[in-house]
Design a protein around this ligand. Structure first.
Ligand code: UDX
Length: 428
């Protein structure tokens, strides 16, 4: 099928590449010319495992092209809207890019009418799809479908090619059929529903996942006080099929572009509708305080850290990405700096993005360097490079062998046996 994707950010680019991999003829559209020029040469503006290789393949096969001009999409029967919906000053989702894309589609349709489906993939508040449909109502042959994405950074292409589910929000039978044709051959359960339900499924999923994490983080605080082991507790909980094992990992808090933005947007949506979502408010509160709670563990052991060297391992909000949006590391670096510590930080790819924000931090080229002379080391992102380490050498390199494992990813028992002072999140 002929498909156009408006917006070549995280979601748009991954969607475009995965559809092209599945044999569709795809046109990627973006306003930023420099980005389009790069993409035409096969260079991905974001780091995402496997994406650049897949991009090269579909460019070579001729399944994917890029343009800045939406008029080039006149043949497309499906137009995806994959533009950003960032957080506005009041926490609501900023829909200006979505509405601008809808206007572009409207202009295209007026100049070249044909049977078309507009698919809203951007995460938008409930009712947005209906409002866009209302705006485009008098245009013959144009239908609006909500089809949220659930892809995770670091795993985006895999998630797009093998989604957990495909949610199609439309009441229009022919539009639903077109979507079914598009996803033919993709083996995933379907949820065929209204646009509004589809939109809420996206927010509810992210808010629920964030809730699991904050629940585990708060439980970890108790577990730390009780001397119990949160990792074992999570294992025991996760074996109950009603709970399941995923997203029970306590840590320094969630970050990224989705959970923080989508939880506040859902809260605002609730507020606008006269509903208070107090659980979700607490979820955000626990997450905001988790990095600070974690640092208290350092202060309990080291007292004043002024003038002391602290190693920070991992800066990205999670492994396999260079994304630092809302990363817990940023709060941790700021607090360490305010406390007068000398910080040496390592991240395999995100260091260069953090450097302009914290120019006083020393960014080292490998983890071993960070540990040298350190009075404590903090694991903030569980990159494999930060986990599989030569602990014997590290032990003799550190000024004080104090390890604070913010992801419960270091081998706790063997480190304790080797003489380290080890503390995880909710485990000693
Ligand atoms: C998330 C959703 O998973 C995805 O479905 C949605 O489309 C976009 O938002 P993403 O933000 O890429 O994806 O990352 P995810 O893997 O969900 O992790 C989010 C944050 O939660 C990370 O900071 C991660 O470290 C943290 N996390 C995750 C935990 O602290 N504990 C866990 O058990 C799982």
């Amino acid at each position: 099928m002929r498909v156009a994707v408006i917006g070549t950010g995280y979601v748009g680019l991954t969607t475009a590449v995965s559809l092209a991999m599945n044999g569709h003829d795809v046109l990627g559209i973006d306003l930023v010319e420099a980005k389009i020029v790069q993409l035409q040469k096969g260079k991905s503006p974001i780091y995402e495992p496997g994406l650049e290789e897949a991009l090269a393949l579909v460019l070579k096969r001729g399944n994917l092209e890029f343009t800045t001009n939406i008029a080039d999409a006149r043949e497309a029967e499906i137009l995806f809207v994959c533009v950003g919906t960032p957080e506005s000053a009041d926490g609501t989702a900023d829909l200006s890019y979505v509405y601008a894309a809808a206007s572009d589609v409207e202009a295209l349709h007026r100049s070249a009418p044909r049977k078309r489906v507009v698919v809203i993939k951007s995460t938008v508040p409930v009712g947005t799809g209906d409002r866009i449909a209302e705006k485009l109502r008098e245009l013959d042959g144009l239908h609006v479908v909500s089809n949220p994405e659930f892809l995770r950074e670091g795993n985006a292409l895999e998630d797009a090619l093998h989604p957990s589910r495909i949610v199609i929000g439309t009441a229009h039978e022919a539009a639903a059929e077109t979507m079914e044709q598009l996803y033919q051959g993709v083996n995933a359960p379907r949820v065929a529903t209204t646009r509004a339900n589809a939109e809420l499924i996206k927010y509810a999923s992210n808010a629920f996942l964030a809730t699991r994490i904050s629940f585990m983080n708060e439980l970890a605080r108790l577990s730390g006080a009780l001397g119990t082991d949160i990792v074992t507790v999570a294992l025991g909980m996760g074996l109950d099929s009603r709970i399941g094992p995923e997203f029970l990992r306590a840590g320094v808090g969630y970050g990224g572009s989705c959970f923080p933005k989508d939880t506040i947007a859902l809260l605002q949506l609730a507020h606008q509708n006269g509903i208070s979502m107090s659980i979700l408010e607490k979820v955000r509160e626990v997450n905001a305080t988790q990095p600070i709670w974690f640092l208290e563990q350092l202060h309990k052991r080291q007292g004043n850290v002024a003038g002391k060297k602290i190693a920070v391992l991992g800066l990205a909000f999670k492994p396999e990405t260079d994304d630092i949006r809302e990363a817990p590391s940023l709060k941790i670096l700021e607090a360490l700096q305010n406390a007068g510590a000398t910080v040496a930080a390592y991240d395999p790819i995100a260091a260069q993005v953090v450097r302009p924000l914290f120019p006083q931090v020393e960014y080292v080229g490998n983890p071993a360097e960070a540990f040298k002379g350190a009075h404590a080391a903090l694991l903030i992102t569980e990159w494999k490079e930060c986990i599989h380490l030569d602990w014997e050498a590290i032990k003799s390199d550190m000024a004080v062998p104090l390890l604070l494992d913010g992801r419960n990813a270091w081998p706790s028992q063997s480190l304790k046996d080797a003489g380290f002072d080890y503390t995880g999140v909710g485990r000693s």
